[in-house]
Design a protein around this ligand. Structure first.
Ligand code: ARG
Length: 735
């Protein structure tokens, strides 16, 4: 007991002495002034909060965008709408333009003029206009004794109403209200989308994905994970669907590129769209992740990856078709392996448990607290208790089922969209046909029947084998009755017959849709049964216990420590993270430097391993060491660096900026030793991995020779004699 208090005290002292190093935290832009500005300036920011986020003037946030509704982040780096993001964020687009004859995934691509830029199908970017706190209004009619379902209904009603009002005020903008702190606060985000986006340049995969899945989620890294896009607009600079008449978008604000490079300890800030974190997760939630959720995902994906790989290795066309799907599956396969490892190694469960013990003691100090928060942990543990038996089934319904083979997801979407085909309203029917045709085009382009069929058979077989019968999708009964429980037999009937597995049959159906054809299609039947199973897991009353418990725990923890700087979990809204460049010690007797250089590429080179191939042009340029103005003080070319900024998936492609708001890097990954970071931030170990902007520019300039692009970019350097925080950046060539 005594020791406990001593430890708590010690922790409190440590906390107080380290608050000037706010590496942890994904901060909301409209709160920077109140919460972070002073500390950021003390750490090296030469701007004001108003320079970053303002309702009245162009500011940094106007240069930051999200891709495809939140998959990645990107930034504008010229007054002609030139956009920089990660290679892995444009991977699907790059792969989509690649063929065996013209394989830009392997060879790279550079548009030397605007006319050569490639319009990307189904791609959008989003600008944030403003943020508004609407908590009071959203919760106006909510009472603390309301049951969770009524509460949610009430909240949803007000949210829809506010969003409708916003659309009335400005139909060009897209309002969206999101919950923060797990149902405790609500903010309105107003967005504007652009849809004519073109591919401008990408390095060969051997640069953009150097190190492949072996190096993924790891430091030290030597990956040039970048690509270039451009936003196009109509003649009035407004959003417009692709047209030859569209012109490069003129941004309110674009980032300048700093050639100063990084030193250990330098201030860094990152703005972007982190997707999701679970920093308020309870110990019981960690237990469920470790025992059930994570291993299930890894298990299914393991089989999926092996199945895809077999076909990709055998056929170059399939390799291209499945490259993006493979990378996407592998990325979070490795993530969950790392997360479990990190959670165990860092005893995150134990730390959470200790926090919950403190919480319980605090709650029990007063009857008011007991009334308000007494149920929180109990609700959560009941939820986990009651769902332990269904976690694996839920994961399988998605991972092996709906998103297992491509045919299932396609069939689900067609099954949903097909209702429109039968509409009396000719416009509506026409619209449904057009959108289904577009979907089919995307599907067939990257669909290989043999691969998909193997995926279906393997994954469904595993599903039937691993998941208890009472949780299996209803169509499994049919497979048992009519196909001897053999998915191969089902596949033998489904693939040759379904109208979804062949473009000609698909077109026949769209031209002449019939309810009957829809009903008896085996792929549709399987997909509809899978979605029903999947949705069933979330319709369970258990979900309400989780939502209520999580909301109360989060509110209670904040009330318990009112002086702590709280920030909400990531939820695909724009955030800022600030910290410093910094090396670390990953293990006993091991030290990792904060930068990697081009020497590492030559050391890792292994042309017999597709993940470590070094392009011949790159190799000879690196050996010549012609790094020009992109070299560091020692004449080296720095490739990547690490900093302790707090980011997660969705931040990929985010700008790393110095104290002047100038671009010094492009965030693209996290590190292996802190893969549990989405659940608990680890200040000593957690690092953001970024590609140094000087490597990006060197590739564009010296390797691609794309002078047209270099000319568009504003470079800045700080004279060496002046300390960074005193010098204002000087436009290059204009001292
Ligand atoms: N781990 C990175 C992220 O989630 C993706 C890196 C892509 N590279 C790869 N080898 N799959 O942002």
């Amino acid at each position: 007991m005594k020791q406990r208090i001593f430890l708590l005290l010690l922790a409190a002292i440590q906390l107080a002495s380290t608050t000037a190093r706010a590496d942890e935290g994904m901060w909301l832009l409209h709160m920077l002034k109140r919460i972070n500005e002073a500390e950021m300036q003390q750490m090296g920011l030469n701007l004001s909060a108003e320079d970053i986020y303002s309702l009245n003037q162009a500011c940094l946030k106007d240069a930051i965008i999200t891709l495809n509704g939140g998959s990645c982040t990107a930034e504008i780096i010229s007054d002609q709408g030139l956009v920089l993001t990660n290679h892995h964020c444009a991977y699907g687009a790059i792969q989509g333009f690649s063929t065996v004859e013209d394989d830009i995934l392997t060879n790279g691509f550079w548009a030397m003029a605007l006319e050569e830029e490639k319009p990307i199908p189904d791609f959008s970017v989003t600008f944030l206009q403003r943020i508004e706190d609407v908590t009071e209004r959203v919760l106006a009619d909510v009472t603390s004794d309301m049951d969770q379902a009524t509460r949610e209904q009430t909240i949803q009603g007000v949210i829809s109403q506010i969003e409708e009002e916003e659309k009335g005020i400005n139909p060009d903008f897209r309002p969206q209200i999101k919950s923060f702190y797990h149902g405790n606060e609500f903010y309105l985000f107003v967005y504007r989308d652009y849809t004519d986006i073109r591919l401008v340049g990408n390095p060969p995969e051997s640069i953009g994905k150097f190190g492949g899945d072996t190096d993924n989620w790891m430091w030290p890294r030597h990956t040039g994970d970048f690509s270039l896009l451009r936003i196009y607009a109509d003649g009035d600079n407004n959003p417009a669907d692709y047209s030859e008449d569209n012109v490069p978008y003129q941004p309110k604000r674009h980032l300048k590129v700093s050639l100063d490079g990084v030193q250990n300890g330098d201030f860094t800030m990152i703005m972007g769209y982190p997707g999701s974190t679970d920093r308020f997760l309870s110990s019981r939630g960690i237990q469920q992740a470790l025992d059930l959720y994570n291993p299930s995902v890894v298990n299914v994906r393991d089989l999926k990856l092996k199945t895809m790989k077999k076909h990709m290795d055998a056929d170059p066309a399939v390799r291209i078709q499945y490259a993006a799907k493979y990378a996407q599956t592998a990325n979070y396969w490795k993530y969950y392996i790392g997360q479990s490892k990190g959670l165990r190694a860092l005893d995150v469960y134990g730390k959470k448990k200790a926090l919950e013990d403190d919480f319980t003691a605090w709650v029990n100090e007063s009857p008011e607290r007991r009334t308000e928060y007494g149920a929180a942990l109990e609700l959560l543990s009941t939820y986990y208790e009651n769902t332990d038996a269904t976690v694996q089934g839920q994961v399988y319904s998605l991972e092996a089922g709906l998103i297992g083979c491509d045919l299932m997801l396609f069939a689900f979407r067609v099954g949903m969209g097909a209702q429109g085909l039968f509409s009396e309203d000719a416009d509506r029917a026409g619209g449904a046909a057009a959108s289904l045709r577009a979907r089919a085009e995307g599907f067939f382009k990257d669909y290989d029947m043999e691969t998909d069929r193997d995926l279906f058979i393997n994954l469904m077989g595993k599903y039937m084998n691993d998941i208890p019968a009472d949780q299996q999708p209803t169509f499994f009964a049919n497979v048992n009755d009519k196909y001897k429980g053999d998915f191969k037999r089902y596949a033998d009937k489904m693939y040759p017959k379904s109208f979804l597995t062949d473009p000609v049959r698909f077109e026949e159906f769209i031209a002449n849709p019939s309810e009957k054809a829809l009903e008896k299609d085996l792929a549709i039947a399987a997909a509809m049964s899978l979605i029903e199973t999947y949705r069933g897991y979330f319709a369970s009353p258990e979900q309400g216990k989780f939502d209520e418990g999580y909301r109360l725990l989060t509110a209670g923890l904040r009330e318990m420590s009112p002086d702590k700087m709280w920030y909400p979990d990531a939820n695909s809204t724009m955030r800022l993270s600030y910290g410093t460049v910094g090396d670390y010690d990953p293990a006993d007797a091991v030290h990792y430097d904060f930068v990697t250089t081009s020497d590492g590429i030559l050391q890792k080179k292994d042309n017999s391993n597709p993940e470590f191939v070094v392009d011949g042009t790159l190799e000879s340029l690196l050996r010549q060491r012609d790094f020009g103005r992109y070299a560091d003080d020692d004449g080296n070319l720095v490739l990547c660096f690490i900093s302790n900024n707090d980011i997660t998936g969705g931040n990929s492609g985010s700008p790393v900026m110095n104290g002047n708001g100038d671009l010094i890097g492009l965030a693209f990954d996290g590190n292996w030793e802190a893969m549990s970071g989405d659940i608990a931030f680890e200040p000593e170990l957690q690092r953001t991995i970024s590609v140094d902007i000087r490597y990006v520019m060197w590739v564009i300039d010296k390797m691609a020779g794309a002078q047209n692009l270099i000319d568009e970019i504003d470079f800045v350097t700080t004279p060496k004699s002046m300390p960074q925080d005193m010098a204002r950046p000087l436009e290059e060539g204009r001292p």
